[in-house]
Design a protein around this ligand. Structure first.
Ligand code: C2E
Ligand code: MG
Ligand code: MG
Length: 686
């Protein structure tokens, strides 16, 4: 049984098996040898195995094999063989000396590896060829770069290092075939050289990629112009196999020495920009900006730092009081984030908040703020305080699909909290194109939790008007930049007035931020805005200081005294005029008595451009008051405005002492005119 098995194994083995006796005479072969060599069994038996090898397989190899067998009883290697029909093949041969029936035999295994060898040869040829081609060009590029950069250094000029890749070249390969495609590639350098100077270089870098080094470049504009020329010359049809073929290219480039690295680095930068050019729609140029690279690295580093800071609890919330002007009641606070940086100290949002936008940290930071604020609100409520707490969230964060479930989950962790005192200020709503999602969230927050929402920084975004109409918000926050400047800039004043009127017409509450003085509050009240927040009251404070502030807090009586204005529009309008004029006199005094080199705001000297002038114009147009009254007011204003302007003129003429003395002399007259105005206002209350 075993013998039959062995016989079959011998007979049907895939490899050729040749057995010779100690005199190198073949005593047996299997079927595979017959198939491989073309000889029959009977032709081979009794022959010397050399019959299988080629003439070129020199005697030395045969001797080596034989000697190795004598000495070691084993040989293994490749041989060059010949078939009966004369064709050659490469075989792997292993021969082993064996002993059987008391005699020495040699057992040889033979397999055809011709195909394998051929494949490897092609492969290594390919690799060798490509590499050597590339190495050669790389060396040439290095030489060219070193030559041209020295010239550029001497001439104080720039060098363009450009990376060019043909667009959709694979399609040309597929449609026209490899030979035609290669032919086209060969034509490229010549074409490109026609628009460059003789000393510039273009070298093939790989497949359909080329590197260009162009000298004598003064600036980016010229660099880009030169490359545009290259692109247009390439865009002209090529003739390949008598057929016109069109191709375009994308180019990225960098300017040496503005970008001052090794050639490898410059090529890498140009390559990155070429990729951007591809993304930009191909057939175009993209320039490398070294500053951008620095910015990107810095930003990434800062983002890592911010992510760690969230983990390490380095952020804190400060709280800025919000007040009802007419009562002086502090009804709540805005939570504003700060970064207690271990090295840099306390950082304000302008140092880090923009950086997190459009990254996943935008959401992480928002989540941190929500958690902290809920905790704070819960603590206040437990202590019996009924404060409202508002937080800032970006419109993007609110619009993420996970927001509402995540938020609900957080709220669940504070089962006793009255969420009606929680408010979300929506930031950057102009970054959001789809308002429907955010509108749903605002609606949900209100219906499920009674949470109110405010549109922050109102007036700054392009689409604020749409937002007030589309989003079901409860409050509009007039942006602090307008509020802060409203007393000195009539244009800002108009915006504040406009926003307040807009909010009122939509029946939405309005709050002004950036209230830096009593006068700001007075004007706002006269305009109909009764809620405010700003440095006049308090800056954002850490929690411990906030508690101390609240203990010591005394409402401003000037604001409380104006509560009646909210009910009497006529009185409010005239009060507004009174505040404008009072502020004008205040500015006049500040200017005249400050040292000339100290910068203070100049009172506006052009009637039509001043707050009072604009007010008078409007009052006449809308018939706010009867004509007699209006004329009386006009006279009062005129007396102050004219005298004030005369004083400013003499101040400007260098007669500083005289102008100051003039003011002191007329101060009583100014005050009495203002008092008359106040009396008119009071009379309106009756
Ligand atoms: P915002 O939400 O409009 O906050 C009002 C900003 O105005 C605050 O600046 C506040 O300190 C400042 N401010 C208030 N009253 C006055 C004033 O009378 N005069 C002046 N000059 N400034 C006043 P802050 O705290 O530096 O915050 C700046 C911005 O950073 C915020 O503007 C908000 O857009 C953003 N921000 C603050 N906290 C957060 C937060 O937790 N998350 C997000 N995403 N953004 C936040
Ligand atoms: Mg805010
Ligand atoms: Mg704001």
């Amino acid at each position: 049984m075993r013998n039959t098995l062995l016989e079959n194994a011998f007979k049907f083995a895939h490899e050729g098996i040749v057995i010779t006796d100690e005199h190198q005479k073949i005593v047996d072969i299997n079927d595979a040898v017959q198939q491989l060599t073309g000889y029959t069994r009977s032709e081979l038996i009794g022959s010397n195995p050399q019959i299988l090898s080629t003439e070129s397989q020199n005697k030395v190899l045969n001797q080596t094999i034989w000697q190795s067998l004598q000495r070691n009883g084993f040989w293994h290697g490749e041989v060059s063989n010949k078939r009966k029909d004369g064709s050659h093949y490469t075989a792997r041969l292993s021969v082993k000396r064996i002993y059987a029936l008391g005699k020495v035999f040699y057992l040889g295994h033979l397999s055809d590896i011709t195909a394998d060898r051929k494949y490897r040869a092609v492969l290594s040829d390919l690799i060798l060829n490509r590499n050597s081609h590339q190495i050669l060009n790389k060396n040439r590029l290095e030489n060219e770069f070193s030559r041209m950069s020295s010239i550029a250094d001497v001439n104080n000029e720039n060098l363009v290092v450009a990376f060019m890749d043909l667009d959709e070249f694979k399609a040309i390969n597929d449609i026209h075939g490899k030979v035609a495609a290669d032919n086209l590639l060969d034509q490229i350098p010549q074409r490109v050289r026609s628009v460059l100077s003789e000393t510039d270089s273009i070298l093939r870098y790989g497949g359909d990629e080329f590197v260009l080094i162009i000298g004598g470049i003064q600036n980016h504009a010229i660099a880009s112009e030169t490359i545009q020329k290259v692109l247009s010359v390439i865009a002209n049809p090529f003739t390949v196999n008598d057929v016109p073929v069109m191709v375009t290219a994308s180019v990225g480039y960098t300017l040496y020495p503005e970008d001052n690295g090794s050639l490898d680095t410059l090529i890498r930068h140009a390559d990155q920009c070429m990729y951007k050019a591809k993304l930009d729609g191909k057939s175009t140029v993209f320039a490398y900006d070294p500053d951008e690279e620095v910015q990107i690295t810095e930003r990434n580093q800062q983002l890592r730092e911010i992510a760690n800071a969230i983990k390490d609890d380095q952020f804190v919330l400060f709280f800025q009081p919000k007040v009802t002007l007419s009562t002086g009641y502090i009804f709540g606070f805005e939570a504003l984030i700060r970064w207690q940086h271990p090295q840099k100290g306390l950082l304000f949002p302008d140092k880090f908040i923009e950086q997190v936008y459009d990254t996943e940290l935008e959401v992480s930071l928002g989540q941190w703020v929500i958690r902290q604020a809920l905790k704070q609100l819960a603590q206040w409520q437990q202590a019996g305080y009924d404060y409202q707490l508002s937080i800032n969230l970006t419109a993007y964060h609110l619009s993420t699909s996970e927001f509402f479930d995540w938020f609900k989950n957080q709220i669940k962790q504070f089962p006793n909290i009255d969420t009606r005192r929680f408010q979300i200020e929506i930031l950057e709503s102009n970054r959001l194109s789809d308002l429907s999602q955010i509108s749903n969230v605002v609606e949900f927050c209100k219906s499920e939790f009674g949470i109110t929402t405010a549109l922050d920084d109102f007036g700054t975004g392009y689409s604020s008007l749409t937002h007030i109409r589309v989003l079901p918000v409860d409050v509009v926050k007039v942006d602090q930049s307008f509020v802060r400047r409203m007393l000195t800039e009539p244009e800002d004043c108009k915006i504040v007035e406009g926003v307040i009127a807009l909010a009122q017409s939509f029946n939405i509450q309005v709050i002004a931020e950036g209230v830096e003085s009593i006068a700001h509050g007075e004007v706002l009240l006269a305009m109909g805005c009764n809620q405010a927040q700003g440095y006049a009251l308090a800056k954002p404070l850490p929690i411990e200081q906030l508690m101390k502030f609240l203990d010591a807090y005394q409402p401003f009586r000037q604001w409380c005294a104006l509560s009646g204005l909210l009910k009497n529009q006529k009185q409010a309008r005239l009060s507004l005029f009174y505040f404008y004029l009072t502020y004008w006199v205040h500015q006049l005094q500040e200017r005249l008595f400050a040292e000339p080199e100290i910068k203070t705001e100049w009172p506006i000297t052009q009637l039509s451009e001043s707050h009072c002038g604009i007010w008078l114009e409007k009052a006449r147009y809308h018939h706010y008051l009867d004509n007699a009254m209006l004329e009386q007011i006009n006279q009062l204003h005129q007396s102050i405005f004219q005298a004030g302007n005369d004083l400013l003129a003499s101040y400007l003429a260098g007669d500083i002492h005289a102008s100051r003395a003039g003011y002191t002399a007329q101060e009583t007259a100014f005050q009495s005119a203002l008092s008359k105005l106040q009396n008119l206002i009071k009379r309106m209350a009756d």
